[in-house]
Design a protein around this ligand. Structure first.
Ligand code: MN
Length: 239
């Protein structure tokens, strides 16, 4: 049996008269290529969440809009982008179960941010105004997804370094928010040259890993290895 990877969909609320839910195919391709089956979730009734959790061999949290700052005790500032409270609620509930049951989790971009919030961490609501840097972290979200924006240092003694087997990686960067304080039980696994945390993982969970960049956009060895390690772990859970 191939491991089933639950992936909550994003919401596109335009046009207003006909909102859509969507996922970029890069995520699907990366999961399938690594040997997993993506299972996309709309907005299930939260009472049904336990039935969904039973299907879950792994949880992928995709990129997307900003997590609501109230989740980490802050007022929403004008510099914060669009939010989606329904998606926040669903992702945090699934994450809660995945963490409790040692089910592998991969959080990408927004996914890393949601993971950090789950463990009690906080975010910069807007990097340019709150964490001035010579590095540009926010390239164009639709046309520059594969553009290399900066390097990251992969930190020693982490799951990430064991999986990627490189000390530095050139990455894309499509985010205007980032980690301000790290959640409990998490460690930084990657940093950009300006000191921003670009990778996190839980120190006790077998595979609760997040990256601020988007490995699903690349077909190189490190990116494939990350999805490969995630699916391999999910496979162990599923059997
Ligand atoms: Mn970045």
């Amino acid at each position: 049996m191939k491991p089933k990877i639950l992936i909550p969909l994003a919401l596109a609320d335009t046009p207003k008269e006909s909102p859509r839910m969507f996922a970029r195919t890069a995520y699907t391709t990366a999961i399938e290529r690594a040997g997993g089956i993506p299972l996309f979730l709309a907005r299930p009734d939260m009472e049904d969440i336990m039935e969904l959790v039973e299907l879950m061999d792994g949880l992928l949290l995709m990129g997307g809009v900003d997590p609501h700052p109230s989740l980490y005790g802050e007022k929403i500032l004008p510099v914060c982008g669009d939010v989606d409270a329904g998606r926040d609620t669903l992702e945090l509930a699934l994450l809660n179960h995945a963490v409790e049951m040692n089910i592998p989790v991969l959080g990408l971009c927004r996914g890393l941010q949601v993971m950090n919030i789950h463990f009690g961490g906080t975010l910069y609501q807007d990097i340019p105004s709150q964490f001035p840097s010579i590095i540009k972290h926010e390239s164009h979200a639709t046309t520059e997804r594969k553009r290399i924006m900066h390097s990251v240092e992969i930190l020693p003694d982490t799951i990430l370094t064991n999986v990627l087997r490189v000390k530095h990686l050139d990455v894309n960067s499509i985010h205007h928010q980032g980690i301000k304080t790290l959640g409990n039980g998490l460690r930084a696994s990657a940093k950009s040259p300006d000191g921003l945390i670009e990778g996190i993982e839980h120190t006790l969970h077998p595979f609760c890993v997040g990256t601020q960049w988007h490995p699903e956009e690349f077909d190189d060895t490190p990116s494939r290895s990350l999805f490969g390690a995630f699916i391999e772990k999910a496979n162990t859970v599923g059997t």
